[in-house]
Write a protein that binds this ligand. Structure first.
Ligand code: 2IT
Length: 446
């Protein structure tokens, strides 16, 4: 595999799509040696086919705001790869959304979904619509307008969207409602639905819970234990909330959350139901800030414009968005003796930050392994919908737990280096890649 040549071609075709090229480069560098052991991959041009999405839908979304003004946004669905199952992946509503970001997310989703052990392909969608400060009625009208275009291209065995940044239970409900209105069908075409209409127990918690189950395995592998560990978490959305909840249950102490406005440090730990549920209140306010936490809980401090990676903790868990840990942040973490970085956001660390972690022999686990519990539980929601049944909380949680252990095992299979160092980036990328590559090979060239 000529990584430089493939990347140069991709860059020429998609100039300036930095996040997409970053995600592809990471996977190519990780899988290169393994790929080169398989001339049949090269012959079938597996890698050249895998780095391009199967197709992309782009559409205009027109809606009317509360002032009666007509608003226009861009909508997308990137159907990346369906070699191992129907396209599956979230929808992101955020002002920063563009094709580069959705292509990186769809590409990552393909390998992540392969790791879950469930039959799901990779996709991602979204819009540059910003939910910040929008009324509930505006959110509803936007979601309906978005689905008015998307519905033709999705279906329970074709493409199953879910939530991501800016899309939670409320937005999935509004989109799914319009989908049903248009198709006259009650099928599991979206996941993350409300419990009353096909949603799965534990889906809201699943990404954060799964991340902590993975971290437990990772620590065990190092002869270490989660009990008593201090954790820096970034973000304050659904994923951070699930992570803080489970970390606390397992006896760890989370001391930070963050937003676009800065981070909050709570030396006592974000560890009471009042504090943890206040995260939900902050999110529901729609203001996208964490500063009010420090007013409500005066023993904590708000640091405006800063990120929590400057603190001395045992474990760093980025739970906000892509590239939120820079090389400088990574250097701070290393200087402070932070041993473990478990990325929960998708591509939360820059390539330069990851290089530093590996250079310093810190244990770094990538988002596509650590956060796979979210989409895995979406897969469990699809299973329940297809059978027209509901599983108990215990049943879903036990399955999620088993899946996360399995993902960890797959990482170990491909990521243990000769000196014993666990390279989770390599392990996750190769394990996910091998499954997708073999599935593509078996299904012929098209
Ligand atoms: O990044 C992700 O894995 C998600 N946003 C969840 C996708 C899903 O289909 O549940």
């Amino acid at each position: 595999m000529n990584v430089d040549k493939i990347l140069a071609n991709l860059e020429a075709k998609h100039p300036g799509e930095l996040e997409y090229l970053q995600a592809v480069r990471e996977v190519l560098l990780s899988v290169k040696d393994e790929y080169n052991k398989h001339p049949e991959f090269e012959q079938a041009r597996i890698i050249e086919r895998m780095v391009e999405p199967d197709r992309i839908y782009t559409f205009r979304v027109t809606w009317i705001d509360d002032n009666g003004e007509v608003q226009v946004n861009q909508g997308y669905r990137v159907q990346f790869n369906n070699a191992i199952g129907p396209y599956k992946g979230g929808i992101r509503f955020h002002a920063s959304v563009n094709l580069s970001i959705l292509k990186f997310l769809g590409f990552e989703q393909t390998f992540k979904n392969a790791l879950t052990t469930l039959p799901m392909g990779g996709a991602k969608g979204g819009s540059d619509f910003s939910p910040r400060g929008k009324s509930d009625a505006e959110i509803m009208r936007f979601c309906q307008a978005f689905m008015l275009e998307l519905w033709r291209n999705i279906g329970p065995d074709k493409d199953v969207p879910a939530g991501d940044i800016g899309v939670g239970g409320r937005e999935v409900g509004y989109m799914y409602g319009m989908y049903k209105k248009l198709t006259h069908e009650c099928t599991g075409t979206m996941t993350g639905k409300g419990l009353e209409f096909g949603g799965s127990l534990i889906r809201p918690e699943a990404t954060g819970f799964g991340a902590l189950y993975f971290v437990e395995e990772l620590l065990k592998d190092q002869g270490d234990d989660i009990k008593g560990k201090t954790i820096a978490v970034s973000g304050f959305g659904n994923v951070a909330w699930g992570a803080v909840t489970k970390a606390t249950q397992l006896g760890a102490k989370v001391v930070t959350i963050s937003g676009p406005d800065g981070y909050v440090y709570d030396p006592d730990g974000i560890n009471t139901p009042e504090k943890i549920n206040y995260m939900l209140e902050l999110r529901a306010s729609g203001n996208d800030i964490v500063a009010p936490y420090a007013e409500k809980f005066p023993n904590s401090t708000f640091y405006p414009g800063r990120r929590p990676w400057e603190l001395k903790v045992d474990i760093a868990m980025p739970c906000a968005t892509q590239n939120e840990v820079s090389r400088d942040d990574a250097q701070h973490l290393a200087d402070n003796g932070v041993k473990y970085v478990a990325e929960v956001s998708n591509m939360g660390c820059t390539a330069e930050a990851i290089d530093l972690f590996i250079e310093k022999r810190m244990i770094y686990a990538p988002g596509k392994a650590v956060n796979a519990g979210g989409v895995a539980t979406s897969g469990l929601e699809m299973t329940q919908n297809a059978q027209h049944i509901y599983w108990s909380e215990q049943e879903v949680d036990a399955r999620l737990h088993t899946i996360m252990r399995d993902i960890h095992e797959q990482c170990v299979k491909y990521g243990r280096e000769d000196d014993g160092y666990m390279n989770y980036m390599k392990g996750a990328n190769i394990a996910g890649f091998m499954k997708v590559a073999n599935a593509m090979l078996a299904q012929g060239i098209y």
